[in-house]
Design a protein. Structure first.
Length: 263
């Protein structure tokens, strides 16, 4: 063996290591996180939700509350918080969950953007772990049905949700367990490739996740325990008629998403 062999081998190892480091994606280092809350009659819980977000999310954070002119004046409650990090948008004569989140996305400035329910059913304490997972994915979903997750609502609502998710999984694929979660953080760059369709209640989220996966974006799920709201009235209280019509709407949009042409 030549005396130069160890030297040449060491040089080759260093070069390979340098090439591997160059190929490795740069760490994702967000400067600002934007969390969007869509509200309608959430006066009793909105302050606790906002407080929880600021308590758990480190670094620069903004909270954008999009309120559909709540009769209980949720919008006024938010304005009275008096925190420059909180922006409230009061929409008059306009209602809808998906369109409210879409308005919040437009108004947001963060390189991490997320949205969640405003009634403390989705824990703000999960946000740091979800944001951390953005190192290895473009989209991170808080999931009731991923390992470690659970759904502790009324039995009819749990049944309906599991049925819709099973159907979405069969038709759309990609192994997503909680297609209609509605609890998410993502890199802002996602919106360069995918936009939400701002109509309806929860089906928009199924379409959004499916389109992300079809376009090659990485989606990962983090399990959490979803608990029904302790105060106030749910916007989707159990009802056989609501179950039927909402379910049919979900089925229609799932099938439409499956066969829609993606540009």
């Amino acid at each position: 063996m030549s005396a130069l062999t160890p030297v040449l081998t060491g040089y080759a190892d260093e070069r390979n290591a340098a090439e591997e480091a160059a190929r490795r994606p740069a760490p994702f280092q967000p400067k600002l996180t934007s969390i969007i809350l869509a509200t309608y009659n959430e006066r009793e819980l909105i302050a606790d939700t906002i407080r929880g977000i600021f308590e758990h999310v480190t670094g620069e954070v903004e909270v954008i509350v999009v309120d559909d002119d709540s009769p209980d004046q949720t919008w006024k409650q938010v304005a009275e918080i008096g925190d420059d990090r909180v922006k409230v948008i009061r929409r008059v004569a306009t209602r809808g969950l998906a369109s409210a989140f879409n308005r919040g996305i437009i108004e947001s400035r963060g390189d991490v953007v997320g949205w969640m329910d405003a009634d403390m059913c989705m824990p703000p304490s999960l946000l740091p772990e979800m944001i951390r997972r953005l190192q290895d994915a473009e989209v991170v979903v808080g999931s009731r049905y991923a390992p470690g997750g659970s759904d502790n609502r009324h039995a009819l609502r749990v049944f309906a949700s599991r049925l819709i998710n099973r159907f979405a999984g069969l038709v759309l694929g990609y192994g997503i367990r909680d297609y209609d979660s509605g609890f998410v953080v993502l890199r802002r760059s996602v919106f360069d490739r995918v936009s939400i369709i701002p109509t309806g209640y929860g089906a928009y989220f199924i379409e959004f996740l499916f389109t992300c996966r079809r376009k090659g974006l990485r989606v990962t799920e983090v399990g959490y325990a979803f608990r029904d709201r302790a105060v106030g009235v749910s916007k989707s209280a159990p009802s056989l008629l609501r179950f039927f019509w909402t379910g049919m709407g979900y089925v229609t949009r799932i099938l439409t998403a499956r066969f829609r042409r993606i540009d």
